[in-house]
Design a protein around this ligand. Structure first.
Ligand SMILES: Nc1nc2c(ncn2[C@@H]2O[C@H](COP(=O)(O)OP(=O)(O)OP(=O)(O)O)[C@@H](O)[C@H]2O)c(=O)[nH]1
Ligand SMILES: C=C(OP(=O)(O)O)C(=O)O
Length: 214
């Protein structure tokens, strides 16, 4: 087993733009940094993961990833394109020996190492795809390919159904990973309120990287 986790990250000042009505650009930048830090903390404590690969245009994101011994890929395209960045990261991971690939967006504030471990367990027997939907069963909050060969990314609105359809069409055993913690990605003001309810301490944790930056 040689499982790589790929984490795509938008530039910190651009991410979470749907929260612009509630948070200033500085607050969103701090929140994005905190979410990145949380993802790296979680992934680096999952022993089943051989390497973490972070793909981003943002040098600060990549420098932080390297502090966690992640492999980094600098996306140099003019425009933002999540699926293209994932495709490039996927190629790099396979070139360096990845046999299984897990894509984990960096906006899952509630996930723990145990959640990620459980998701991975579902993919033990190939040929499998594990798909973790968001709470509306619209987006994809985790996607694992075992084997990595033949992987394909179709993130964006409605991606859960597209990933399911891809799996069925291509002969994968599909495991839908239903998890309350995985299901909460931070996109909308409603998601932010839910996070306040479920983990008010998250916002104290997220003061930490703000302090690190000043
Ligand atoms: N490398 C890379 N990562 C991206 C890109 N677009 C989104 N991401 C990351 O992909 C994950 C899921 O993205 P979204 O849920 O749409 O988050 P977001 O783009 O910050 O949210 P909005 O700005 O509100 O659309 C997050 O970790 C983002 O940082 C991209 O073009 N390139
Ligand atoms: C890009 C995605 O994220 P979101 O729907 O959270 O923007 C996705 O789930 O495919």
């Amino acid at each position: 087993m040689n499982l790589w986790a790929i984490v795509p990250v938008k530039p910190l000042h651009q991410g979470k733009s749907r929260l612009a009505g509630m948070l200033s650009v500085e607050e969103r930048e701090a929140l994005n940094f905190s979410l990145l830090w949380h993802s790296l903390e979680v992934l680096s404590s999952v022993e089943l993961i051989s390497r973490v690969l972070v793909v981003s245009k943002d040098p600060k994101v990549l420098a932080t990833a390297r502090e966690y011994h992640a492999v980094t890929l600098h996306s140099e395209d003019d425009r933002l394109n999540l699926n293209l960045d994932l495709q490039k990261a996927d190629f790099m991971a396979k070139w360096q020996g990845a046999q299984e690939i897990l894509v984990l967006p960096a906006d899952l504030p509630l996930i723990t190492a145990w959640d990620v471990y459980q998701l991975i367990q579902k993919a033990q027997k190939p040929k499998a795809m594990v798909i973790a939907p968001d709470r509306n069963r619209d987006g994809t909050n985790g996607l694992l390919f075992n084997p990595a060969e033949g992987s394909r990314y179709s993130f964006g609105p409605g991606s859960f159904e597209r990933h399911l359809a891809f799996a069925k069409k291509n002969g994968y055993r599909v495991e839908v990973y239903e998890s309350e913690t995985f299901a909460l990605d931070l996109d909308t003001p409603e998601d932010l309120s839910l996070l306040y309810e479920k983990d008010p301490n998250f916002f104290q944790k997220f003061a930490k990287p703000i302090r690190r930056n000043v």
